[in-house]
Design a protein around this ligand. Structure first.
Ligand code: ADP
Ligand code: MG
Length: 288
């Protein structure tokens, strides 16, 4: 995990999101969101409730149209103001926050739903992979939350999607089960080389699961980077505070030094520009 050895043999990314703008009324809910995802990469979308995470997934999957910007999958434009490729032609798997299993279908039929008639073997293959073969005749209401989660995952990966989108897939599991299922899902994604975007509002979960994290707040992309980059080099107070307990010390910068803390010297070019004598800042300290 956390390495950067993705498959760069293609010159273009698996998924490209470029200046995507979305709004439901006057109020914009996605403001020029831009990021790329490489093949086999696992990305977390991290942000507080209402920040636009689900809307980004729904736009990628083609469950909603975008107002402006571009979304391309495998270098093919799938969404823009004028273009809209329907969800079934995008080869995207979606695990919804509430799993969205069909209540009137048993586990096997839920998994068979997105498969062609001759792909019955594939349903058994994914059930075996997730250890749920013995549940095949059960209905969703007869199985536990953890089992439902696995069925939802099995249904999403059965058609071998190009990209798997998971919307807060672990929130409904109790803490004890959460870690176990999280480990399993991560293992499954890695061994199958699946490109995935996982939505979460927990920084710790994002750090554990992903190669890179996209931090979203109020429809804006605050920062994107590897877990260590975001933790150690947050570019804003918001990101610093999102990654755990930090002590923020307000101050002013004066010729590359913090006023009052003259022993601390800063080397960041933007801080030592001659014309920036007084610049407000926060000094943040993690206690590790
Ligand atoms: P998150 O998943 O980060 O909690 P959402 O993407 O669900 O956030 O929502 C982002 C914002 O867009 C919220 O303010 C939400 O109320 C609004 N929103 C989402 N879907 C709709 C919709 N179908 N109609 C109107 N407003 C919506
Ligand atoms: Mg959401």
């Amino acid at each position: 995990m956390n390495n950067n050895n993705f498959n760069f043999s293609n010159s273009y990314p698996e998924l490209s999101i470029n200046k995507v703008y979305q709004s439901y009324s006057e109020k914009p809910c996605l403001k020029n969101i831009t990021f790329d995802v490489s093949k086999g990469e696992i990305i977390s979308l991290l942000g507080p409730s209402g920040s636009g995470k689900t809307t980004i997934l729904r736009s990628i999957a083609g469950l909603e149209r975008i107002i402006s910007g571009k979304i391309s999958i495998d270098d093919k434009l799938v969404s823009s103001k004028e273009t809209f490729i329907p969800p079934e032609r995008r080869k995207i798997g979606f695990v919804f926050q509430d799993y969205a299993l069909f209540p009137h279908l048993n586990v096997l039929d839920n998994i068979l739903f997105g498969l062609k008639r001759d792909q019955r073997n594939r349903a058994f293959e994914v059930m075996e992979l997730l250890g749920i073969e013995n549940l095949r005749g059960s209905y969703p209401h007869q199985i536990s939350g953890g089992q439902q989660q696995r069925v939802a995952l099995a249904r999403a990966i059965a058609p071998s999607p190009r990209i798997l989108l998971l919307d807060e897939p672990f929130v409904r599991l109790d803490i004890r089960l959460r870690e176990k299922v999280r480990d399993e899902v991560l293992h499954l994604l890695k061994i199958s080389g699946t490109t995935a975007i996982i939505v979460t509002h927990e920084a710790e979960e994002a750090m554990f699961m992903s190669d890179r994290i996209v931090v979203i707040n109020e429809g804006e992309l605050m920062q994107i980077g590897r877990p260590g980059d975001l933790y150690n080099r947050p570019k804003s107070k918001f990101v610093a505070e999102f990654f755990g307990e930090v002590n923020l010390i307000p101050g002013k910068i004066k010729k590359g030094r913090i006023d009052g803390f003259n022993s601390l010297k800063f080397y960041h070019p933007s801080l030592i520009q001659k014309n920036k004598y007084f610049q407000n800042l926060f000094l943040f300290l993690h206690f590790d």
